[in-house]
Design a protein around this ligand. Structure first.
Ligand code: HEC
Length: 138
């Protein structure tokens, strides 16, 4: 009678088969049926890097407040009947010259004046512009 359990050939075949099964679990992509194109890694999430000077210009701040913050911008003459602060001179600020105070003014605006609320700007952006204005102070 042939005893499969004790046959050396059977044992060899058994181990080879066992090895193949294990391999197909460990390397499932090796078998041709599962071949799939290499997937690109997902793109990193979009990051807004505040570029304060660009935001100061793009949001129109420079037009009224001037490129250097002295209150003499390209549109300042249209605001002749209103007070335009001089960011360089802390004594001309009414609503505070700290970074926090400036950020609050930008976010809420000053009702009834040409200074509108920039509520659409992100906190990160507002803070960056506030810091930029603070650097104009002498
Ligand atoms: C259309 C013109 C105009 C634009 C645009 C404008 N401002 Fe103003 N801003 C003013 C005027 C006028 C005042 C003074 C309001 C008042 O009478 O108190 C003012 C006031 C301020 C103040 C308060 C200063 C204080 O007295 O304490 C800050 C800070 C300020 N602006 C920042 C900004 C920033 C930052 C931007 C752009 C995101 C901007 N402004 C855009 C006209 C403008």
């Amino acid at each position: 009678m042939i005893q499969f359990g004790k046959s050396k050939v059977f044992k060899k075949t058994y181990f080879v088969l066992l090895g193949l099964v294990c391999c197909s679990f460990i390397f499932p992509h090796c078998s041709p049926e599962n071949e799939s194109p290499i997937k690109e890694p997902p793109p990193p999430p979009a990051v807004t890097v505040p570029f304060p000077e660009a935001m100061y210009v793009q949001n129109g701040c420079a037009a009224c407040h001037g490129m250097v913050g002295n209150g003499r911008g390209t549109r300042s003459h249209l605001l002749s009947n209103s007070r335009v602060p001089n960011f360089q001179d802390k004594s001309t600020y009414i609503y505070g010259s700290t970074k926090e105070a400036i950020a609050k003014t930008i976010k809420n605006g000053i009702p009834g004046t040409y200074m509108k609320a920039y509520a659409h700007m992100r906190k990160q952006e507002i803070d960056a512009v506030a810091e930029y204005i603070q650097k104009m102070q002498r």
